[in-house]
Write a protein that binds this ligand. Structure first.
Ligand code: 5RP
Length: 270
């Protein structure tokens, strides 16, 4: 169903390679001379972002994530549309992505025009070996989860810094309504062993939905992300939490050595 670019290493979650020998890291066709001058992290992000476009084909409705990695995906999709005739429609997960997609000529559709999306491509701040994620570094977690939940698959674009054993080193973002936010913070403090802070401090960051983001410093201690996700969701005032569990089907990890694509066993891309 999904086209795979020549040279792309597809490593399934069970360790089997779909089109290459186990352990082989493929020289990445996306790391080109045009990337010289970029630092290595940026090159890795660009390689992952572009590689993810191989999960997109004609006629698909695509969830367009938010962040500096998936930005490369959106730009490449726009290029394939204008230069190669690719035909897709998109649903953006933030105003920032909406503006970028509009500039690139990607047609956008609203939720009353579509029930399901073929695939969502998005970034992450951390991922673990169970394909659970922390997201929301850019503050778009609620829209990102809404879009991911109506998608037939979710592909995550990352770099090796985000591959963790236990989630939580990256502060867990929680979107909360402005009303009574001080109370919501107190509830979060009862759950979180570390600092719980308002993003932006005295000049709070306000999301596209008009809410605040509270960053919860759990440290690498989130051993039961599924339980923590529902526990935080049950607090009044919480709009959404940046734990994305049982939703990602593939993680693409770009690096200077090449691209690794991990496909979840029993996921929706098997
Ligand atoms: C935005 C997100 C981003 O996808 C996440 O923060 C990763 O961003 P980047 O690719 O810039 O590191 O969840 O809310």
């Amino acid at each position: 169903m999904y086209g795979v670019h020549e040279g792309l290493s597809i490593i399934r979650h069970d360790g089997k390679l779909m089109n290459h020998e186990i352990g082989q890291m493929i020289c990445c066709p996306y790391l080109t001379a045009s990337m010289s001058g970029m630092d290595s992290v940026e090159q890795a992000k660009k390689a992952a972002g572009i590689a993810a476009c191989d999960f997109v084909s004609d006629g698909m409705d695509v969830g367009l994530g938010t962040g500096s990695t998936v930005r490369y995906t959106v730009i490449e999709l726009g290029r394939r549309m204008s230069e190669e005739g690719l035909k897709i429609r998109g649903v953006p997960t933030s105003i920032e992505t909406e503006e970028l997609a509009t500039k690139l000529g990607i047609p956008l559709i609203s939720f009353d025009e579509v029930n399901r999306l073929s695939v969502t491509i998005d970034g992450a701040d951390e991922f673990d070996s169970n394909f659970h994620l922390i997201k929301g570094g850019g503050g778009a977690l609620t829209r990102e989860k809404i879009v991911a939940q109506i998608s037939n698959a979710m592909v995550v674009v990352t770099d090796p810094r985000k591959d963790v054993g236990v989630l939580g080193e990256f502060p867990l973002p929680v979107e909360v309504v402005q009303f009574g936010w001080e109370v919501t913070v107190r509830h979060l403090q009862e759950i979180c062993p570390g600092e719980v802070s308002m993003r932006g401090g005295d000049d709070p960051f306000v999301t596209d939905n008009g809410n605040f983001i509270i960053d919860c410093h759990f440290g690498p201690s989130i051993i039961e992300p599924v339980k923590l996700e529902s526990k935080i969701q049950s607090i009044a005032g919480v709009v959404e939490v940046g734990l994305f569990t049982h939703i990602a089907d593939a993680v693409i990890i770009g690096s200077l050595e090449g691209i690794e694509v991990r496909i979840k066993t029993d996921g929706r891309l098997e």
